[in-house]
Structure formats: C-alpha cells, structure tokens
Design a protein around this ligand. Sequence first.
Ligand code: NAD
Length: 240
Amino acid sequence: MTDPVALITGGAEGIGRTTAELFAARGYRVVIADLSGAADAADALGPEHEGHSLDVTDEDAVRTLLAGLDRVDVLVNNAGIGDSHLPTLEQEIAHFRRVLDVHLAGAFLVARETARRMIGQGGGAIVNLSSIAGVVGLPRRNAYGAAKAGIAMMTRSLACEWAEAGVRVNAVAPGYAGTKLVRKLVDAGRIDLAAIERRVPMGRLVEPAEIAEAIWFLASPAASAITGVTLSVDGGWAAF
Ligand code: NAD
C-alpha cells in the first residue's frame, strides 16, 4: 500500500500550508500547487512530498499537473486572492474578474480534472475554501463574497453529481485568520481587526490550524456520509 495523496492548491502559504503540514504529519503524500514557493514548501515537509508551480486559472497547466500524478485521494481547493476592499464605486472590472476567475474558475478547473482521476480510482474527497464573506454580507467585499458564495453552491452541485461515483465534495467557510492575505489588507488600512474581534462571538480570529482540522475532518472517513455541506469555522460569526 502506498500513502494516500493530498493535492493542496495555494499550499505554499497560510491556511494551505498549515493544511499541507497537517496532512503530511498524518500520513499523506502531499502535492503542493501554487503560483510560487511550492517546491520550497514541499521540501520543508520532507522528500516524499512534491511542489509544482501552477496558476489554477490556467486550464492546460491544471491538466498537465493532474496527468503527472499517479493518484489523488484528497483535493483541497484553497488557492485564493483577497478583494481590493475598495468602495464598489471605485472598483475596476479587471480586479473583479480576477477575483472570480481565481476562486471560481480555478476551483472548478482543479475539481474537474481531479474528479476525473478520483472517479477512475473509485472515489475521493474534495474540500473547497469558501469564507464568512460568502455567508454574510460584508461591505466592499462584493466580488470576493460572490465568489465564495458561488463556491458554496458549486460544492453542493458537484456533491450531488459525483456522490454515486464515491467523490464527496464539501467546503469550509472560515472567519478571518491572520494570514498574509489578511495582513496585507490590515497594513493597507482596509480591515480593522479589533472591530472583527468585537463582532465574533468568540471574540477572536480563527487560527489556520483550526481551519486545517475542519478540512481534515471533512476529507476523512469520519465524514463518510457528509457531502455538499459548507462548514463554518468562524468563532460563531455566522450564527450571530
Ligand atoms: P494566503 O494569501 O496566505 O495564501 C494563498 C495562497 O494561494 C498563496 O500561496 C498564493 O500564492 C496562492 N495563490 C493565489 N492565487 C493563485 C493562483 N491563481 N494559482 C495558484 N495559487 C494561487 O491566503 P490564505 O488566507 O491562506 O487563504 C487561503 C484560502 O482561504 C483562500 O481561498 C481564501 O480566500 C480563504 N479564506 C481565507 C480567510 C482568511 O481570513 N485568511 C478567510 C476565509 C477564507
């Protein structure tokens, strides 16, 4: 028996990297696919892990990556970029399109090519990254919120389509975690973390490790009857 394989997009940084570390520590061979830093991040996990440069919006590159893998048991569709957080009246269409492209088209392309492999293997588990911004309405987050709500609905649609083939598809919807994506917005004065902490019932941000544990659960046999759900990991924000 060879170790199961987890493909993690955007796994060189932040939540993806923490998830890669967790899956590697628990017996998976991890394949990190990221715009940059994938090889170094995989090397840091150990020699059995691989890193590949990938833009998830590049259809040919996604096909080529999947063609080079012998199997995939878990896909974590995590690659993502932040919103501009500008007032909507000042937003550029190019940025709006890029946000939807990376999150929605990227998640679709990698899920489609990975599911081809999983269906051929007899099954697998996909976990997509939605967000609190796809669950509640947040000002200036129209593109990102639309993309993340879209991911939640795409998760349900794919789950229904691939259930009989043994491919489960779920999502996590994290609240704010202090990753590079969020730090950039804080440094630019576009997010007030203290206000977010006041808004969250638990009174704090969530940790990447807490999100990784939810991804692990949804990908694991412990969730064998769960498909099509979006699990909030947000300190109670969506409940309030
Ligand atoms: P991050 O910026 O720390 O890491 C994102 C990674 O994705 C980076 O390594 C980046 O290079 C990669 N990436 C970006 N565009 C890519 C592309 N086109 N192709 C391949 N890789 C690409 O961000 P993070 O905070 O760890 O976010 C990870 C995911 O979690 C994202 O989908 C994000 O929207 C979601 N999320 C984050 C938060 C948060 O508060 N940090 C909250 C909810 C959801």
